[in-house]
Design a protein around this ligand. Sequence first.
Ligand code: C2E
Length: 350
Amino acid sequence: MSAEVETALRGPQAFTLARQAIEAMEANKVWPTALNFELWVHYLGAQDGDLAHEIKHMIEAGEPFTDSIGEVLAAKHLPKVKLNGEILEAGDALTKELASVTRAIEVAQKSSEAYGQQLADASESLDTEDTSAIRTMVDTLADATRRVQAENQTLESQLADTTAEVGRLRANLESLRREAMTDGLTNLANRKAFDEALAAACAQADAKGHPLTLAVLDIDHFKKFNDTWGHQTGDQVIRYVASVIARNGPTPRTAARYGGEEFALIFPGEPTGAAMQVLESIRVEFSSRVLKRRSTDENLGAVTLSAGVAQRKPKEDPVSLIERADGALYASKNNGRNRTTSADEVAAAA
Ligand code: C2E
């Protein structure tokens, strides 16, 4: 649902959807806060979803839409808010687990201190020649030893449980982190992950003195395509680009959905020529496939890609690199689309 709405918000119907959300909020006396706006856009953008059912039910029942209800609905249905909540919950659980280990260790420490004290007392008592006193002392030590052994066993089993629980929580956090860095529609890296990967790749290129190349690609006439065939088919085409990229751009390259119908590929350690070859394979594979509309089996016509490639200059910052790759992409668009252009070609032409 979220990917659908996110795509709609970048498509031709974005302003209509935003206006409808504001009008519906006004009609239902809902304050236009950022969170409420996001909720109502999701409600109107996916009218058959669970969020829409809840809001419709509230409207029919004449229930007021308060800020606290908005927060509850957002935590339940808005993917980003939900994800943040899940990350916080996992963090809380981890903190509790660590607190319980700390408590158990404190108890064990106190108990071994007491045991040490008992041993010291016993050693003092050894000075006496009274055998009954020695027997009492040995009994006390035997008791204390048994108690410490039992406590150690409890501690060991508690630590084993905790290790398992921490492992589970770590795996949960890892999968939440992956989810937060992944684009829901395509499973490629999202914009946030791309920004981080590009910054890391720039730092590594500086450290090792290696080349680094960035490519951006965009589906030609995608807005017109969406208007003609609808968002759902548009989403399928976006997914198809992603699958062609994944087939042609294996790790350690990062492939990301950079915007609505725009994608970016990072080529660490590779110069322009190598990236151009990959981009050309992607472009040719994509453009040579005849895509069909799944619901009617209609031929969707030629769908093509344009791309721009820029090799990083020494110490160039990520923003400038992206701008040069974008410039090369625009050159591809201006020169008839369905082509790949390098920033070097743009510079030479200028
Ligand atoms: P998907 O629908 O989940 O399909 C995943 C993969 O299953 C496809 O990867 C393809 O290998 C196979 N597959 C699914 N349906 C068919 C089919 O009718 N015929 C054949 N020969 N194979 C099929 P692929 O091709 O890389 O596509 C990835 C995604 O791109 C698809 O995910 C779908 O979302 C989109 N897509 C690809 N081709 C078309 C198309 O002609 N029309 C539409 N609407 N979407 C398409």
